[in-house]
Write a protein that binds this ligand. Structure first.
Ligand code: SER
Length: 315
């Protein structure tokens, strides 16, 4: 069964594509992205296509050519970029997804697409935010995520397309940097801790948000797509979280390894408002029961691993 990844050069796509190739075979995974990068092994080794998901015909042709049966649709604009360019965010996030769902319907593909903690807004419970609760996001990114969840459910009930998804929290990795997100600080802080032993954070020190380390985020996507559909009462999308922390708590964990580490704050009002509108900590019981979500990394083990890997690499 061949798999297609959109947004394959992005933060999640770059690592997910490599993991999928290791699992299913080099040629069984087709990578696509709106941009190209001659340095990327995914581009060098292929199969790779430069693809804007808003071009449904091109997407259809690639799916047919490679007999694709599973799509990981990761191409999207993140929260801060979407707030700066809301019309473009709607176009990319929604029309890209609809093309993927149409192509999936016509070619009998299953679809994974991530939702986000941003699918909740200020009216949802802040702590232990339930799987099923009020979803009234105030950001364009959140609007596209809720609409995307509903569209995926619609294609599942109306056309029987096997759509599945998770509400990702902030994702921390040491391979590809995120871009344009509100949770990006939680990645940057490790790079700056290794480079300069200090970091200026764009969120307030006591802002709590859910996070997950990349190995667990990748495992979530793969395990959910491999899960027995008979066990899935929910589909779009499952709450998942591995930890909830604030910048000042993360700094304290970094100080256990780098005692001189200092954090300062220069708050970006746009990203602070986004973070304030999101939950502090999700409840992810449905994911645990229905497909075995059980993250390995917490703040302590992730911090140790991030600092070790980045120091060894000499970032
Ligand atoms: N990491 C994302 C963002 O900050 C949240 O889904 O935009």
């Amino acid at each position: 069964m061949n798999t297609l990844v959109t947004g394959a050069l992005g933060q999640v796509g770059s690592e997910l594509s490599v993991t999928l190739k290791n699992l299913y075979g080099e040629n069984a995974v087709v990578s696509t992205d709106i941009r190209t990068d001659p340095e990327s092994p995914l581009v060098q080794e292929g199969p790779f296509y430069q693809l804007d998901c808003r071009n449904g015909q091109e997407l259809f042709d690639i799916v047919k050519r490679h007999k694709i049966r599973r799509i990981y649709h990761l191409a999207a604009l993140l929260s801060a970029t979407a707030e700066a360019r809301p019309q473009e965010a709607w176009d990319i996030n929604m029309n890209g997804l609809q093309n993927v769902l149409e192509v999936a319907r016509e070619n009998d593909c299953s679809v994974f697409t991530p939702s986000s903690i941003a699918a909740f807004g200020p009216t949802a419970p802040k702590d232990y935010t339930p799987q099923n609760t009020i979803q009234q996001p105030t950001s364009m990114y959140g609007v596209t995520k809720v609409a995307g969840e509903l569209l995926c459910n619609y294609y599942h009930t109306k056309y029987g397309v096997d759509t599945r998804g998770v509400r990702y929290p902030g994702i921390i990795s040491n391979v590809t940097m995120p871009g344009g997100g509100t949770t990006d600080y939680a990645v940057e802080i490790y790079y700056e801790a290794v480079r300069k032993k200090r970091y200026t954070c764009f969120l307030k020190g006591d802002t709590h948000l859910d996070m997950v380390y990349m190995p667990d985020a990748i495992k979530a996507a793969i395990d959910l797509m491999e899960a027995d559909p008979a066990r899935l009462r929910h589909r779009n999308a499952f709450n998942v979280t591995a930890m909830s922390f604030s910048p000042e708590e993360q700094a304290a964990y970094i100080r256990a390894h780098i005692p001189e580490f200092e954090i300062q704050y220069s708050v970006d009002p746009v990203r602070q408002a986004l973070a304030n509108s999101w939950p502090n900590a999700l409840e992810d019981y449905a994911a645990r029961v229905e497909w075995g979500w059980n993250p390995e990394y917490d703040l302590g083990s992730m911090t140790a691993d991030m600092l070790k890997v980045l120091s060894q690499r000499g970032v």
